[in-house]
Design a protein around this ligand. Structure first.
Ligand code: DHK
Length: 147
């Protein structure tokens, strides 16, 4: 059974409350349930983790190196600033799908830059919580094709 990690970064614990015009009304708990259900339907085990702290996310990426087959990462605003997260992804050599609820390319210009994109398999953005379902499917297809 494939093991996937869904990592959510800063402020995503406030999903459902925070700026619903961008991030929707679905809570993080509901998003994580959706991820686990999609994974189970596709024969994968999904583990979820959220932190507001860059180092905690990096620790999770490092730990995933020997325990997971791939990562879905919504790094929140760290997407646009964190070379450390980019380096962590490059260091573990796991496939990563970059995920955003909102369409970052249709928002402020500072959100157009992603430090995750160059080290990700691909990016899914703009589809709200359904993006997590798409990301799990895309990641599993990538892992299957690579094996
Ligand atoms: C989430 C955030 O918190 C923002 O900082 C990003 C991303 C976009 C999202 O759409 O999920 O710019």
């Amino acid at each position: 059974m494939k093991q996937l990690l869904v990592l959510n970064g800063p402020n995503l614990n406030l999903l459902g409350i925070r700026q619903p015009e961008f991030y929707g009304a679905t809570t993080l708990a509901d998003v994580e349930d959706l991820c686990r259900q999609t994974g189970a339907a596709l024969g994968a085990e999904v583990t979820c983790f959220q932190s507001n702290h860059e180092g905690a996310l990096i620790d999770q990426i490092h730990a995933a190196r020997t325990t997971r087959d791939g990562i879905i990462l919504n790094a929140g605003a760290l997407t646009h600033t964190s070379i450390a997260l980019m380096d962590a992804i490059q260091s573990v050599e796991l496939p990563v799908v970059e995920l955003h609820l909102s369409n970052i390319h249709a928002r402020e210009s500072f959100r157009h830059k992603s430090w995750i994109a160059p080290v990700a398999v691909g990016q899914i953005c703009g589809f709200g919580p359904a993006g997590y379902d798409l990301a799990i499917r895309a990641l599993l297809a990538h892992i299957e094709a690579a094996s």
